[in-house]
Ligand binder design. Structure first.
Ligand code: GTP
Ligand code: MG
Length: 171
């Protein structure tokens, strides 16, 4: 068959936001991990959609590893940025990390699509994706296509909608 286009996706966001859980759900069922543990450094995961072959750099969100993120900006074709919608206390930290990302010289000049997952919407005190997008000031992103999806990574809800959007941006 036709060779699928290869895309590198960088998965970012604070620790415990659900990055690894999301990426695990996007993998074929027979290759999914049964147990998710906090990421040390980063993991590389591969999966395919109908037209694309994804290589995902699933980065650790722990503060001590966040300095690794920038080393992968240059080779990335898309970013998935995950937010724990119930973590009100650290929303400002998430915004700081997002702003640092968007202002980085390797990202600033690039029209790279950014997909946000407002994750953990199943939790009682989760904010809506509209509220999350306000807190992160996403409407200020003018030079890149972006999209936010509410998700429940444990059940896999909202993930396909996000991936479909990303695929449309790249294809
Ligand atoms: P680091 O690797 O440390 O950066 O964290 P991470 O962003 O990869 O988070 P991870 O996927 O390890 O998930 C952290 C915890 O949140 C785990 O206990 C997951 O089961 C849980 N979790 C992930 N997504 C959801 C969700 O949508 N809802 C709920 N309730 N829990 C979730
Ligand atoms: Mg992880």
């Amino acid at each position: 068959g036709l060779k699928k286009k290869e895309v590198n996706v960088l998965c970012l966001g604070l620790d415990n936001s659900g990055k690894t859980t999301i990426i695990n759900q996007l993998k074929p069922p027979n290759t999914q991990a049964q147990e998710i543990v906090p990421t040390i450094g980063f993991n590389i995961e591969k999966f395919k959609s109908s037209s694309l072959s994804f290589t995902v750099f699933d980065m650790s969100g722990q503060s001590r590893y966040r300095n690794l993120w920038e080393h992968y900006y240059k080779e990335s074709h898309a970013i998935i940025f995950v937010i724990d919608s119930s973590d009100k206390l650290r929303m400002v930290v998430a915004k700081e990390e997002l702003d640092t990302l968007l202002n980085h010289e390797d990202i600033r000049s690039k029209r790279i699509p950014v997909l946000f997952f407002a994750n953990k919407i199943d939790l009682q005190d989760a904010m809506s994706s509209v509220k999350v997008s306000q807190m992160l000031c996403l409407e200020n992103i003018k030079d890149k296509p972006w999209h936010i999806c509410a998700s429940n990574a444990i059940k896999g809800e909202g993930l396909q909608e996000g991936l479909d959007w990303l695929q449309d941006q790249i294809a």
